[in-house]
Design a protein around this ligand. Structure first.
Ligand code: AMP
Length: 369
């Protein structure tokens, strides 16, 4: 995802897809013009990349020129098309092919046809890399279309948003849903994830989802999910992935308007991490960071035994279950450090010290995201 001015944009069309589309256009046009030497006319500013890449793929003689029109102001296609400038060549009797980066409403084509009406060209054809059929309001024929796209604002490959984004080699689509900050709070049992999540959710206005808490709520209310989870939890084992993933997805859905989430106790396996990425992707969002509280085992055991005296949690009751939970963490869960490190999203934080000082350490990671 990228940010240009105040908007976020997500990857939409890859450089490879663009390359393939331009190759197809070049081949089709070369076949159609026969022995004519066409004049390719690019419409600046947006078409400079299209023209440059297109003509390299056009293997027969051709001429290339540019005219200049500006049609976009901000995110919406402007009704007020600027006049065309820069056509200095005599094009009478020539095969002219307009090379456009994108055709949406078709307003630019009005201007193109107006300009070429008196030029007595042999033929005037329109080729465009991108075409928005839902937005197109004109009757002019589009002779060559690279890729049809939905009616959403895009940037990249010559197209800009208020001046930015033209240099991107691939195309991004505007992200319409609200931007979320999503944190995975990570660490072994007893590291203080729940305590810290309570401070962070207030500070950053995020929704805190603790899968352990949701399971315990279900156990208390004797739901079918609770009964199923209890047998695993009491022994300090992980609840099966699909059960946990479905539950987590339902919790996220309940908070559709959230400005972001703190995931506490999830993901705990590779399959859960992949499911979470998919879920975030479906919301046009992503996990921004995994922040791990790092605490030595012996400190963890002591903390959990102390908590067990008042929490009433069966899995805090004795040292062997606690050690089993810590082992589950290192055997199954700690691999997630690699999963997020590979995406440059892993941040380790010292989890020993006063609650306030640990909150500060976590906040400084979030503030720098
Ligand atoms: P916690 O409150 O995070 O320590 O979780 C308590 C117990 O709930 C764990 O020992 C597991 O049995 C179960 N649990 C919580 N989250 C998950 C998860 N993401 N995957 C599987 N089991 C979980």
């Amino acid at each position: 995802m990228i940010k240009l001015h105040n908007h976020y944009f997500k990857p939409f069309i890859s450089a490879k897809q663009i390359d393939n589309a331009l190759q197809r256009l070049a081949t089709e046009i070369a076949e159609d013009v026969g022995d004519d030497i066409p004049v390719f006319v690019g419409i600046l500013n947006g078409s400079f990349m299209v023209v440059s890449d297109f003509v390299k793929k056009y293997k027969k003689p051709c001429e290339v020129t540019f005219i200049k029109l500006a049609s976009y102001e901000g995110v919406k296609s402007s009704e007020d098309i600027q006049r065309l400038i820069g056509l200095t060549q005599n094009l009478s009797g020539r095969t002219v092919i307009i090379l456009e980066d994108i055709i949406d409403t078709g307003n630019t084509l009005n201007e193109v046809h107006r300009i070429f009406k008196n030029e007595q060209v042999k033929s005037l054809k329109i080729a465009t890399l991108f075409y928005k059929p839902e937005a197109y309001k004109k009757d002019y024929k589009l002779h060559y279309v690279g890729i049809e796209i939905p009616n959403k604002f895009i940037v990249g490959f010559g197209l800009d948003y208020n001046g930015l984004g033209r240099n991107l080699p691939e195309v991004y689509q505007i992200k319409e849903t609200q931007h979320m900050t999503n944190i995975v709070l990570f660490g072994p049992p007893g590291a203080g994830k729940g305590t810290q999540a309570n401070f962070l959710k207030e500070k950053y206005n995020l929704v805190h989802i603790s899968t352990g808490d949701v399971f315990r709520y279900n156990i208390k209310n004797e739901t079918a999910l609770g009964m199923l989870a209890k047998s695993f939890m009491d022994k300090g084992e992980l609840v099966p992935d699909q059960v946990t993933i479905d539950m987590l997805a339902a919790e996220v859905e309940k908070n559709a308007q959230a400005k972001g989430f703190i995931f506490d106790g999830f993901p705990r396996t590779h399959a859960q991490a992949q499911a979470l990425d998919k879920l975030m992707d479906s919301k046009d969002s992503q996990i921004n960071a995994m922040i791990a509280l790092e605490v030595d085992d012996d400190i963890l055991v002591n903390r959990l035994l102390t908590r067990g005296k008042t929490s009433g949690r069966p899995d805090d009751a004795n040292e062997s279950i606690i050690r089993n939970r810590i082992n589950e963490y290192y055997n199954k869960t700690a691999i997630l450090k690699e999963y997020y490190s590979a995406q440059d999203k892993y941040f380790g934080v010292d989890g020993v010290g006063s609650i306030d000082s640990i909150t500060l350490r976590l906040s400084s990671v979030i503030d720098n995201l």
